[in-house]
Design a protein around this ligand. Structure first.
Ligand code: 5GP
Length: 188
């Protein structure tokens, strides 16, 4: 099990998709959230989209490995999204925020954690604007939260700068133990 964090818009989802294309045995734990689906997001694939009441009921039942309020919505990692996969020895990625990272480290100390960082704040802001998925208030909240998340990057085991999708994906694959050597294959 690996924790992946990084500010909204840094490109974690693209990195994870790229890695999963090459390593289908890598799984992403599907989180539950009370946020509304964005166009193209599929319930049960990107997230389990639930009501606040259903989420809170899950918290009371102890369904979550960790949960947190992020940008005004609740997000949590259901234990059943992780444990059966981890028990089979499969690589499971948790795409969670800094609060989630700290909570998982409390219950599962030693879980490796990687922070994905942007090359600069302005690149991040541009990516978020281009994605166009947020209204102005949502965008401002994500930019503000990005600064808080970046301040926590020193708590992680590794920081991967997403300067180039392919390069960063390769670096992550090494860190996840999916590739044996850090030396890139020879160019033909
Ligand atoms: P978004 O709304 O952009 O999909 O995600 C917003 C933030 O919530 C991201 O930083 C993402 O890593 C975080 N997040 C997604 N799922 C979970 C989860 O299950 N737990 C926690 N703590 N954070 C999550």
């Amino acid at each position: 099990m690996f924790i992946l964090s990084g500010p909204s818009g840094v490109g974690k989802s693209s990195l994870i998709s790229k890695i999963r294309e090459r390593f289908p045995d890598v799984h992403l734990a599907v989180s539950a959230t009370t946020r509304a689906p964005r166009p193209g997001e599929v319930d049960g694939v990107h997230y389990a989209f639930v009501t606040r009441a259903a989420f809170e009921e899950g918290v009371r039942r102890g369904d979550f490995l960790e949960w947190a309020e992020v940008h005004g919505n609740l997000y949590g990692t259901p234990k059943r999204a992780v444990e059966p996969l981890a028990a089979q020895g499969l690589t499971v990625l948790l795409d969670i925020d800094v609060q989630g990272f700290r909570n998982v480290r409390r219950v599962r100390p030693g879980t490796p954690a990687i922070f994905v960082a942007p090359t600069s704040n302005s690149v991040l802001e541009e990516r978020l604007r281009k994605r166009g998925s947020e209204n102005p208030a949502g965008l401002a909240k994500r930019l503000e939260n990005a600064q808080r998340e970046m301040a926590a990057m020193g708590e992680y085991d590794h920081v991967v700068v997403n300067d180039d999708l392919e390069r960063a994906a390769l670096e992550l694959e090494h860190l996840l133990g999916l590739r044996e050597s850090r030396t890139p294959p020879p160019q033909r």
